[in-house]
Design a protein around this ligand. Structure first.
Ligand code: SF4
Length: 169
């Protein structure tokens, strides 16, 4: 990626609310089976949104998807909704900039509708995206491998760390 495009992307991510953003090689993104098991056994949101398991892509599908990309942007923020918003905007802006394969993954369950009709089809298909974890990405390990210090939160009052991924080309 040329320097101008790289700087443009990093600037866009920060303008959309990211605290940090780094370019990453998709083959360094860690995908693990256990992530989905944690969704199924431990998350009250399991099956509640079309962007969550069991509706979201499986870890195996995610591995195959990542093989089709050479460059991606990992973005970091303090709020899940801000990351989701930034990712849907970034995907659109990257597409218009010429990245025709641009695809974003956010953080946490989609909250665009008050109630998600999981028996029907998505009401906002151009904005709703699965989270990284919903696709089987080990967000902890991927973030740590790219220099972010993330720990398990021991209290609901502790500020969180949320990550999103923009697959580029
Ligand atoms: S946009 Fe609405 S229908 Fe689509 S996944 Fe999100 S909550 Fe569900």
């Amino acid at each position: 990626m040329d320097e101008r495009r790289k700087q443009w992307l990093l600037r866009q991510a920060k303008e959309l609310g990211a605290l940090d953003a780094v370019l990453v090689c998709p083959e360094k993104i860690v995908v693990s089976e256990w992530v989905r098991w944690k969704c199924q056994y431990g998350c009250r949101g399991y099956g509640g949104r079309l962007t969550c398991p069991p509706f979201s892509p499986s870890p195996q599908q995610t591995r195959l998807l990542l093989q089709g990309y050479q460059e991606a942007l990992l973005i970091h923020g303090e709020k899940a909704f801000a990351i989701r918003y930034a990712l849907s905007q970034l995907e659109r802006e990257a597409f218009l900039e010429g990245y025709h394969k641009a695809f974003g993954m956010g953080a946490g369950p989609c909250r665009l509708c008050e109630v998600c009709d999981t028996a029907g089809s998505c009401q906002h298909p151009s904005e709703a995206r699965p989270s990284m974890e919903a696709c089987g990405i080990d967000v902890f390990q991927t973030a740590r491998d790219h220099g972010f210090e993330v720990q398990v939160l021991k209290s609901p009052r502790t500020p969180g760390n949320y990550f999103g991924l923009l697959l580029l080309e």
